[in-house]
Design a binder for this molecule. Structure first.
Ligand SMILES: O=C(O)C(=O)C[C@H](CCCc1ccccc1)C(=O)O
Ligand SMILES: [Zn+2]
Length: 324
């Protein structure tokens, strides 16, 4: 990639290790909930042929969620909460369209500045060829990982078809994730869960719960001074790569320039529920457990006060002059 096509950020980065599916070190990292790119898994090898023509022919007549943005950022928001939050301005627009309509939207992007991002959970409306490809995913390997690490059930596979330049801003998910890249390249910038204090997530009751308030391309250091201390680790994933994004790890995903036309990236993720709580909690808590505790306190207080906007005031009353 020519280096000037890759966004420059005001922080140095480490590289995420890139290891083979046959390397025992790979599984030591996953066990320690650390990110790793795993090569040669053949996890979604059967989807290597999922170009736009093949998908157009075989994805079926179902509807797909397609987001449009007049910036290149696709910040996720909970649409139900967005409806209730009068002051909230949706950062993107969500459309429910057929695949041919999505292709039309893609074509229009080349003449407008609008960006488009298909993000749809694979479901049983897809055509039989896609079902066959799906059944040929390397379930033997991924089920062995699920069992070995005690993960919960597979909750969904999200199909992602984005345009070069699309950015999913930094957020964390409460699921384990094998992120499989099918075509095009994505830059993945990850931050460990112990960097919660540097990334200033929106309140839990906010439509953008789990998303950082910090814009990596234009950080507001007055509001978010600790952002200066972030220590990201990053990598570029390409076709056939699988990135393990551990639960609660922050990540920003950027679709890089790709040679195809239209220049799209295709990915499928594998979201797993986390492992069951240990019988005995060990201290000190892990960073992930600390985030989970903070989330529960915010949820409990929002319910107890029957108003999420009152949570800050009550927390300040508890802390100021007392827990300093
Ligand atoms: O697989 C992951 O976790 C990613 O973040 C991949 C990301 C799109 C995710 C969109 C999204 C973010 C938050 C909640 C629900 C959906 C990309 O590849 O652009
Ligand atoms: Zn995510």
């Amino acid at each position: 990639f020519d280096s000037n096509s890759i966004n420059k950020y005001p922080f140095p980065s480490e590289q995420i290790p890139r290891l083979s599916v046959a390397d025992p070190e790979t599984y030591r990292l996953i066990k320690e909930s650390k990110p790793v790119i795993i090569t040669d898994t053949n996890l979604v090898g059967s989807a290597a042929k999922w170009d736009l023509n093949y998908l157009h022919e075989n994805l079926g007549k179902g509807l797909f969620y397609v987001y449009t943005s007049n910036t290149n950022k696709f910040k996720y928001y909970n649409s139900n909460r967005a409806e209730q939050c009068k002051s909230f301005v949706n950062p993107t627009e969500r459309h429910h369209v057929t695949f041919p309509q999505f292709l039309q939207m893609l074509k229009r992007c080349s003449c407008t500045d609008e960006k488009v991002y298909l993000q749809q959970i694979l479901n049983d409306t897809v055509g039989t060829n896609i079902v066959d490809d799906f059944l040929q995913f390397n379930w033997d390997w991924v089920n062995k990982c699920k069992a070995a690490f005690g993960w919960g059930q597979l909750s969904s596979n999200l199909l992602l078809i984005g345009l070069e330049g699309n950015i999913t801003p930094v957020h964390y998910d409460e699921q384990e994730n094998f992120f499989a890249q099918i075509s095009g390249y994505k830059r993945c910038i990850l931050f460990s869960p112990d960097q919660f204090d540097c990334l200033y997530p929106h309140p839990v009751a906010h439509p953008c719960d789990r998303q950082s308030q910090v814009d990596l391309s234009n950080p507001d250091y007055k509001r978010f001074p600790k952002f200066r201390n972030v220590r990201p680790t990053e990598a570029i994933v390409g076709p056939g790569d699988v990135l393990y994004i551990p639960m609660y790890w922050w990540h920003q995903i950027e679709s890089l320039l790709s040679r195809g036309l239209p220049p799209v990236t295709v990915s499928v993720n594998f979201w797993y529920k986390g492992s069951a709580l240990p019988d005995k909690i060990e201290y000190p808590l892990t960073p992930q457990q600390r985030v989970s505790v903070m989330r529960n306190v915010e949820k409990m207080l929002a319910a107890a006060l029957d108003d999420p906007d009152k949570v800050g005031g009550l927390l300040r009353s508890i802390v100021e002059g007392r827990y300093t």
